[in-house]
Every structure is written in C-alpha cells, then in structure tokens.
Design a protein around this ligand. Structure first.
Ligand SMILES: [Ca+2]
Length: 402
C-alpha cells in the first residue's frame, strides 16, 4: 500500500534527472520492507549503498516485435538466437535486427502463464557439433515439467533443428504453469547446470526440501543427460542423483563468475528475492527459512535462519523479480568489470550490484526511465550488454557507452 504513494514521487525524480542517467536515490526510497521486524543476518545483506555508473550509456533497439521473448544466445558470426516464451518460437536474428522464420523442428511447449520456450545456449563445442540446448515447459499427461533438449541447428533460409534429443526431464509431472526455473549454465568442467523451481503450488513447494523430487533444485548433468559420479547425492537412497543443491523457490537468473563459481538470483516471496552463491550439496532454505512473507501477507518461514541452511549473500525487500544475470567481464565498460547485472521484471530496471570479496557493497538501478520489464541480460562478444524486454512487442536492446 505504501508503495502506491511512492510511485508518483519516483516519477518526478526520474523526470528531473533525465533519461539514461541512473536513479541513485533508490536506497533512499522511503519504501518499507514487507515484514518490518526482520533483521539481516549480517551488515550489507540488504539495502547496499547506492552507486552510480559514470560511463554515459545509450540504449539501441536492435529488433522488436517478439512475443514475450525470454533468452538470447550469440552465434559465432554475430547473429543472435532469441526464444519467444508463449509461442515456443526460436528465431535467428541478424545484427541489423532481421528475423528468420521460426526455426522448425522444436517440440511443442506448454506456453500458458510462465510456461513455454525459455533458455537457449550454444553447446561449448558448437563449432564442431552445431548443437544448441534449450529449456521448455514440456506438455505431459497429467500436467507438464521442465525439459532440456538439444539438437543440431541447420542454418539457411528456412532454419531447422535435426536430431532432437530430450536429455533431462524434471520430475515429478505436476499440473502447474508456474515456477519451473529454466536457465542453463555450461561449466568449463564440461557439466551443465539446470536451475529449477518448486512449481509454486503447495504440493510442489514442500518438495523443495525433498531429495526425491527435482522441484526447488539446481541439477548438474553431463551434456548427454547422464549423471556425473561426483554429484553430492549419488548413491543416497531415494535421492535423485542429478541434484546439486536444494531449497530454492524459483530461479530465472544464473551465471558463472571469473573463477567459474555459480551464482543465482532467486525469485523469493514478497520481500525475499535472494542472491546466492551456489556450493555443492548445500541447502538454500526454502521454504523453511528466508526473508519475506506470502503475497497474501501471511508468514511463510519458520525463521530467517537455521543451522545447515545457507544465508543469501544479499536479499531484496521490496523485491526486484530477477530474471537474467550476467557477471560483467568485458572491456567496453571497464568500471563494470566483476559487477552483477540483473534483469528486473516487477522492478522494471536493470539492477547492478558491486560485489567485493563475496559481499555486495553497492547497488544501482539503471534504465528505470524506460519502465520496461527486463527478462534477459547477457554480455555480447563485443562487451556490450544485450537485453530482452518482457512484453508483447518485446525488444532486443543493446546497452553500450554513448
Ligand atoms: Ca534461501
């Protein structure tokens, strides 16, 4: 409720300070946290000091007209792969923004609500194999589940995929159109991380702590879908061997840092979005511990902390609704090197975190004047940042120095 009174004030701030200039006043926004009595576990775990990018930036629209686009991948020749969530369409887009016809041969998706075609990645050996990987809500008897498929991309005037194989199927099947996660991250050790959600409905939520279920987990598989022997729960009776970590709510943002460590930004409940550094076999707490409350205002967690459950490195209250993460390593915007750039859906911003020695020391909200839900954030081979906006007539944007 408080928030609605704040919005006009923010609009004035944006109007006064102009367009691409970041609104550094964010942390001084007088927006109250949702459960007001919660204390962070350590100083700097939330509401980090405001920082401001000095480099003047500009935003260029490369292409538009996508129906709720979800993910970008870069082909070696500079073209883009772009997925469209509800339609299940995959496009090849030139640097000038010209779209191919939808790539033929992808299996059908359950495109309702949060479902559809989600992430796309090139295989690390794309140069030899021509393979791409993607995630989608797979329609099944009794509901759906997240699936990971791979295939060979056959380029040309009528592009298609051949030799489609489904290499992972989230289990169990459930009738929900929410919280299946869906980002893919290839690790240089040759394995593939798939980040998942707990399907939102209560039956799924409680499975986030259950090793017999993929819900609320990060899984780690080989590129052919087989299970690495050194996964933490291999050999444990009743546990699914693909599981790498547990206790997650819904993850749409994941990336490696310059030491190849996995980080995620997790969609929390109202007042509980989290940044987590992922370590083998650990429990990230959902739904037992965490910050925030149900969207109805009812409490969720037993506590904000518990032994043997990980604290988030950082949390947001109010939430940002994170989707898309890149940890910047380019030369085009040197002051961003090592920073975390996160897409904000409900926050309608590009969120920048400055992380030093594993802690967040600064936060900035960029592009707020555009008021767009940002779904995807990836660093291009040119060091620019490429974004997708989550809308009908979604845009592919390039952010670079002016
Ligand atoms: Ca957590």
């Amino acid at each position: 409720m408080r928030r609605s009174r704040i919005v006009p004030l923010l609009a004035v701030v944006v109007a006064v300070f102009g367009t691409v200039r970041p609104v550094a006043a964010m942390q001084s926004d007088p927006v109250a946290p949702n459960p007001p009595a919660e204390e962070p576990a350590f100083s700097g775990q939330t509401r980090a000091p405001a920082v401001e990018t000095k480099t003047p930036l500009e935003v260029e629209t490369i292409a538009s007209g996508f129906e709720k686009p979800w993910a970008i991948a870069f082909l070696p020749d500079g073209r883009f792969l772009v997925t469209e969530k509800p339609t299940g369409n995959l496009y090849i887009v030139t640097k000038q923004g010209k779209k191919s016809p939808p790539v033929a041969g992808l299996p059908p998706v359950d495109g309702r609500n949060q479902g559809g075609l989600l992430d796309v990645e090139l295989s690390p050996d794309y140069g030899n194999s021509g393979r791409i990987y993607w995630t989608y809500y797979e329609p099944r008897e009794g509901g759906n589940g997240l699936a990971v498929a791979r295939a060979r991309l056959v380029d040309g005037k009528a592009p298609r995929v051949e030799d489609v194989e489904v290499i992972f199927r989230m289990q169990p099947t459930i009738d929900s159109t929410l919280h299946a996660g869906g980002r893919l991250v290839f690790h240089p050790d040759g394995n593939l991380f798939v980040v998942l959600g707990e399907r939102s409905i209560l039956e799924g939520r409680k499975q986030a702590q259950d090793l017999a279920s993929h819900f609320g987990k990060i899984v780690r598989i080989r590129p052919d879908g087989s299970v690495p022997e050194n996964n933490p729960f291999v050999g444990r009776e009743g546990a699914r061997p693909e599981i790498w970590t547990l206790g997650h709510r819904n993850i749409l943002a994941a990336a490696l840092d310059d030491e190849d460590r996995l980080w995620i930004v997790e969609m929390g409940p109202r007042g509980g979005d989290e940044l987590n550094r992922i370590e083998k076999g650990k429990d990230y707490g959902w739904p037992t511990i965490g910050y925030g409350e149900e969207y109805s205002g009812r409490p969720i967690h037993e506590s904000t902390h518990a032994p043997a459950m990980e604290q988030p490195v950082y949390y947001w209250d109010p939430v940002i609704s994170p989707s898309g993460l890149t940890i910047y390593s380019g030369n085009l915007i040197p002051e961003w090197r090592g920073d975390f750039l996160i897409g904000g859906l409900s926050s309608r911003a590009l969120i920048r975190l400055v992380v030093r020695d594993g802690r967040v020391v600064g936060e900035e909200r960029l592009l707020r004047d555009r008021k767009e839900r940002i779904r995807e954030v990836v660093q291009g081979p040119d060091g620019a940042l490429y974004l997708l906006t989550d809308e009908s007539n979604g845009k592919l944007l390039r952010v670079a120095p002016k």
